[in-house]
Design a protein. Structure first.
Length: 247
């Protein structure tokens, strides 16, 4: 593992329309088990406070898994860890009627030397930002994204589709196969920034505006604060979470 200095800042906000924040975030530039660092955004779902419970528990159980697994390869830890926490969250939901049907999205990243390892389930995203470019690395597990892939609708129509929030994968479902994450490896260059975020940000702030805010901000903390305030200014219809990482 190469020596590396990582700047990171993360924040979550309840938004303008909700009373409970069902999003959870975790940031650690220090090692977590065999992982050199760890960054997570989870967007919970379910009645009452069940989504809040699901997102927090998923992060806690993933951290515990990362600290106890004998595996050392980051890709394997992300992959098997997510399958493991899916089963754990499902058991919680089955054992308590208040939690029945709860689940959460999950996007996670770790950086080792000049490479980022990323996994996601659901529609929380990871973007790669570098100066004048913003690239969505993860692919939403959503009904509308499936329609785009199949050519039923185009990307412009997808942005405002009435079913855009219907997701096709989540942590906490009965079948582990349905919660199998997508895994990505990114070769990092100087100036690269990773943005992990919930759909409370991306539904309110378009990609080009996200890029402008990041470029216009002197620090990651200022960028995250401005992203959240802009999402709220644009309606704040959902909980908003953003984690920015600059290796």
């Amino acid at each position: 593992m190469a020596d590396q200095t990582i700047q990171v800042y993360g924040k979550t906000d309840v938004g303008m329309m909700r009373t409970i924040n069902q999003d959870s975030v975790f940031v650690s530039p220090e090692p977590i088990g065999k992982l050199p660092n760890l960054f997570i955004v989870a967007d919970g779902m379910g009645g009452h406070k069940a989504g809040d419970v699901a997102s927090k528990a998923a992060i806690e159980k993933f951290i515990k898994y990362a600290c106890t697994t004998h595996m050392s390869d980051p890709t394997n830890i992300l992959d098997s860890g997510i399958v493991h926490i899916n089963d754990e969250i499902y058991k919680m939901a089955e054992s308590n009627k208040d939690f029945n049907g709860m689940g959460t999205t999950f996007v996670v990243a770790t950086i080792d030397d000049k490479k980022a390892y990323v996994a996601n389930v659901g529609d929380s995203r990871l973007y790669l930002i570098n100066h004048n470019t913003i690239t969505q690395v993860t692919k939403d597990h959503s009904l509308v994204e499936d329609m785009v892939r199949m050519g039923v609708i185009d990307r412009t129509a997808a942005a405002n589709h009435y079913k855009k929030n219907v997701i096709t994968k989540a942590i906490g479902v009965a079948d582990s196969a349905v919660a199998t994450p997508d895994i990505f490896e990114i070769n990092l260059k100087d100036g690269d920034i990773l943005l992990l975020c919930s759909d409370g940000l991306t539904n309110m702030v378009p990609d080009d505006q996200i890029l402008k805010i990041v470029n216009d901000s002197d620090t990651l903390e200022l960028a995250v604060a401005k992203l959240i305030s802009t999402a709220n200014d644009n309606g704040g219809k959902d909980n908003i979470s953003a984690v920015m990482v600059k290796p």
